[in-house]
Write a protein that binds this ligand. Structure first.
Ligand SMILES: Cc1cc2nc3c(=O)[nH]c(=O)nc-3n(C[C@H](O)[C@H](O)[C@H](O)COP(=O)(O)O)c2cc1C
Length: 164
């Protein structure tokens, strides 16, 4: 059985979508956990802050992501791209390069969104980002929005693919 970590960028409809992934994974006996980046509320990354005593301790976050067998990243589209909570968390976690590389390299990653429109742009942005940092992003993604429910068959297939 796999341990699949769901990381949501926001606490609204995307958190609800994360819960759907959790339900599916648990029904198959996998271990799961949701990380809500909006809830964690990291300060904005700047070089100055990263060198000051105001730098947040992200070691727990890095440890959880490192220990997971796979991730599902769930984020709404903001202005045709990723929301700042996600980009910001990645910036903070990347300050320790070696640890960050160990965390990301070869990690199976699934992408999902609940966006105002179709969400295709945020999926493209996340695919580029997570591929760049060395993760193995799976081909299938879950797109949902105001006028489109998340397809349970897509969620089911993604969990099976990630747990392989
Ligand atoms: C600053 C901002 C920018 C947004 N830009 C887009 C966008 O480019 N495309 C889109 O489909 N929806 C856009 N939306 C709508 C969100 O994707 C949508 O409301 C989403 O469901 C919010 O997720 P949440 O309920 O988890 O907070 C935007 C919302 C905000 C607040």
């Amino acid at each position: 059985m796999a341990h699949i970590l769901m990381m949501t960028a926001t606490s609204g409809t995307n958190f609800e979508l994360a819960q759907k992934f959790v339900e599916n994974a648990r029904s198959k006996g996998h271990g799961t956990e949701i990380i809500d980046l909006a809830e964690i509320d990291l300060p904005m990354f700047t070089i100055a802050r990263s060198k000051s005593e105001d730098a947040p301790d992200v070691s727990d976050l890095v440890a959880k992501l490192t220990d997971a067998d796979a991730w599902v990243i769930i984020a709404p589209e903001y202005n045709g791209s990723m929301p700042p909570t996600l980009n910001n968390a990645i910036a903070w976690m990347s300050t320790d390069w070696k640890q960050f590389r160990d965390m990301c390299t070869g990690k199976p990653v699934g992408l999902a969104t609940h966006s105002g429109g179709g969400g295709a742009h945020v999926i493209m942005a996340m695919r580029q980002q997570f591929s760049f940092i060395g993760a193995d992003v799976i081909g299938r993604a879950c797109l949902s929005g105001r006028d489109k429910e998340a397809n349970p068959e897509t969620i089911d297939a993604m969990i099976d693919n990630l747990a392989r």
